[in-house]
Design a protein around this ligand. Structure first.
Ligand SMILES: [Zn+2]
Length: 462
């Protein structure tokens, strides 16, 4: 090798090492700031304890809009604004009642109406039960065996899956489409085993959709303990009946908002990087893990940058999306506004998997973009961010993909998430301060790298 080439190579290596050193120092400072002066935990306390449940269209959701706008203004972000969206407005009404009747014995079980469901008749609904494990089981049973009955979907989330989100995906069709399938075969109601691997008495609500051309039958989630009990009693007495009464209704769509705060880019202000979570929650819960955590972490990313005096090259936005749980109107609306305003979003990071210990990020993007981000692995690994690779994104940022935006899903440890998901116990107390702060720092570190180095342009649709 010639001397000049060797010299050239060694300068390049030195420059590369220098850049890596600068980045590792910057990332260390991000973590130090999050872990010593972090605000996400106290913000989350306010959001969950002072405001509480925030289902779309509710007074709580509006309070959360006003308050998150306020805190971002108080932090002195360059611009804070609202984006109007129309959202579904479903209300639960009086608490549900349910029991299993076998002979003269009535055994009360916990249920929760699924979001979007119709009510039962005012006096409730009582019928025999037919237990199934899947939507396709209904086809085999046929109208004759199902007509006039309550279909009981009892396929558990697969406990052998290490990623609980995979187990959830493998079971949630029962909740989303169960009522429609059951109604097709003449059922009068549908009861769905709660989406969790825990055995307890907490029913897990969640959204469902009615298909067209079939009667709208009431549907509810039953706690896993309740489901196990119902299943074993059915084996003893297939003639037993199930009673439930729920009072929910869908009101006219309501006006609501995404809340957006931004720090303007110093070199490429037209290139936007989003960090976000969804501000709405289910009505039963404080929405601490789902998704107060993601929202407060996103605001914290911008706060950390300001606190460190970091001037981003690109524009960084924290977005509190509205209505992820039962309509996604905020996510769809955000992408629509971006298109209308000719905004260029190079990347979006969503935190909507709980405020647990960070494990990494899933990436949805071109192979070039993925390779570009994988090269940062050694900078992120010291902070426990080992799972960097395909399989990410998030519901709210999903609609941006059409515009070629690379999507990043923040991945915390998933083992406890579905203990709380969509239940009354998804409370502030279930969130650990350090875990929450580490998540915010992880998102800030990725944002820093995306801002500094950008991403290879995505031309093809991914
Ligand atoms: Zn969520």
């Amino acid at each position: 090798m010639k001397k000049t080439l060797i010299l050239g190579l060694s300068i390049l290596t030195t420059l590369h090492t220098y850049a890596q050193d600068t980045d590792s120092v910057a990332i260390r400072r991000i973590y130090n700031e999050a872990l010593t002066n972090g605000k996400s935990y106290e913000w989350l306390r306010h959001l969950t304890k002072q405001i509480g449940p925030r289902l779309s269209g509710s007074a709580g959701a509006q309070k959360a809009v006003d308050w998150t706008k306020q805190i971002m203004e108080k932090e002195g972000f360059d611009r804070v604004f609202l984006q109007e969206v129309m959202v579904p407005h479903w209300v639960r009404g009086a608490k549900e009642e349910a029991y299993i009747q076998t002979g003269k014995q009535k055994i009360t079980v916990p249920i929760a109406a699924l979001g979007g469901s119709v009510a039962t008749p005012p006096k409730g609904l009582q019928a025999q039960v037919i237990e199934v494990k899947s939507l396709t089981d209904l086809e085999q049973l046929g109208t004759e065996k199902i007509k006039g009955k309550i279909v009981f979907y009892n396929r558990p989330m697969d406990p052998t899956k290490l990623n609980t989100f995979e187990a959830y995906s493998g079971a949630v069709d029962q909740r989303a489409n169960g009522a429609t399938f059951a109604a097709k075969y003449g059922a009068v109601g549908a009861i769905v085993r709660s989406m969790t691997t825990a055995n307890d008495d907490n029913p897990h609500t969640g959204s469902m959709r009615y298909g067209t051309g079939v009667p709208l039958i009431p549907t509810a989630a039953i706690s896993t303990n309740g489901a196990n009990q119902l299943s074993s009693l059915l084996k003893q007495n297939p003639q037993l009946t199930f009673f439930f009464k729920q009072n929910c209704e869908t009101l006219p769509d309501a006006k609501s908002y995404n809340v957006v705060g931004e720090i303007k880019g110093s070199e490429r202000p037209d290139e936007i990087i989003v960090v976000g979570g969804h501000l709405d929650s289910w009505d039963l819960s404080e929405g601490a893990h789902d998704d107060g955590s993601g929202c407060m972490q996103s605001v914290e990313v911008l706060r950390i940058m300001k606190a460190l005096g970091y001037k981003p090259r690109r524009t960084i936005r924290a977005v509190m999306f509205m209505n992820e749980e039962n309509g996604l109107k905020g996510g769809i609306g955000y992408a629509d506004y971006a298109k209308k305003n000719n905004e260029k979003h190079i990347a979006a990071i969503e935190s909507d998997n709980g405020g647990f210990t960070p494990r990494g990020f899933g990436i949805v993007g071109t192979p070039q973009q993925k390779a570009h981000v994988m090269a940062w692995k050694n900078l992120l690994a010291p902070y426990g961010l080992h799972e960097i690779g395909p399989g990410g994104g998030g519901a709210d940022i999903g609609p941006l993909a059409q515009q070629g935006t690379a999507l990043f899903g923040f991945k915390p440890d998933s083992q406890r998430y579905f203990d709380y998901h969509h239940t009354g116990i998804d409370k502030f107390e279930a969130v650990n301060k350090r875990e929450l702060e580490l998540g915010a720092a992880s998102m800030a570190a990725l944002t820093y790298l995306l801002d500094k180095y950008g991403l290879p342009e995505a031309t093809a649709v991914k």
